[in-house]
Design a protein around this ligand. Sequence first.
Ligand SMILES: C[S@@+](CC[C@H](N)C(=O)[O-])C[C@H]1O[C@@H](n2cnc3c(N)ncnc32)[C@H](O)[C@@H]1O
Ligand SMILES: [Zn+2]
Length: 295
Amino acid sequence: MMPSATLPPLRCPVCSAALLPDNLSEAKQLVCESGHSFDRARQGYWNLLLAQRKRSKAPGDNEAMVQARHNFLSQGHYQPIATAIQECLAGLVAEKLADKVAHSKPALVLDLGCGEGYYTQQIHQALTSVSKDSQCVGLDISKPAILHASKQHKQMTWLVATGADIPLMPESVDIATLIFARLLPEPTVQVIKPGGYFLVVWPGPDHLRELREQIYTEVRDSDLSPDSQLQALFEPISTQTLHFRFSLSQGDAIDNLLMMTPHGQRLSQTGREKLISLQQLDIQADIRLSLYRKR
Ligand SMILES: C[S@@+](CC[C@H](N)C(=O)[O-])C[C@H]1O[C@@H](n2cnc3c(N)ncnc32)[C@H](O)[C@@H]1O
Ligand SMILES: [Zn+2]
């Protein structure tokens, strides 16, 4: 059996005190000094999402979306994105280790809106290759997503929680990542250490253009740059553009991509059937990796 993850500095979502493993329960439970307790799920994740924080009974991506994203990602179409993220983070951690005076501990990385953990797992690999004791936490509001992630990857800490109230101690995270997920600048900045980093991966204007052309009569270029939302709290360091093409050749593969994007959610049944009957769809990926430092 794989070793389980060392716990990061967790914060009680009820009263904000430190959450520590209860030795009497062989660390199957977390407790705070006020006695709020949270059980570890059989698969190893922690559910720290309070009922009053949920806007619906089952918030976040549902099981079918999680499965579709997993099927799509495991075909490797987005590996160039994972590799670019790994290179960026490994570079940051190596640089941090070289700066022994300012930082001496291994890095703690938090992947917000981590989904089924495709990128989180690869971030963990890259991180531990440069700094063995580094830790990686995957957080998502979707229980099916975290369940999927925790069944596959035991070496990380997986949290069902909201990015709007992150159950980690303030200023405990060296690097936060947000990959195709919603920005919540205020709660994010609170958990990042002074001078720590935030890597945001987001779609550029040409991302999945060919797919959008099949769906909409007019394809609009949206400017989704995180700069304006982050500028008061974070200093922009760099933005990398990643352009590549990939090809989907079966109905199933096209259907998976539709299921995991907001575009597919807006598609009529007839539109969906027309798309998945295509023999082949060649698509471009246009991705931005923007790195920020906490001000
Ligand atoms: C487009 S998916 C991206 C998943 C993953 N980062 C990836 O790229 O494969 C967005 C994720 O954000 C999660 N999510 C939505 N609202 C959230 C919130 N308030 N807090 C944390 N996660 C949230 C969803 O459940 C979903 O897994
Ligand atoms: Zn508490």
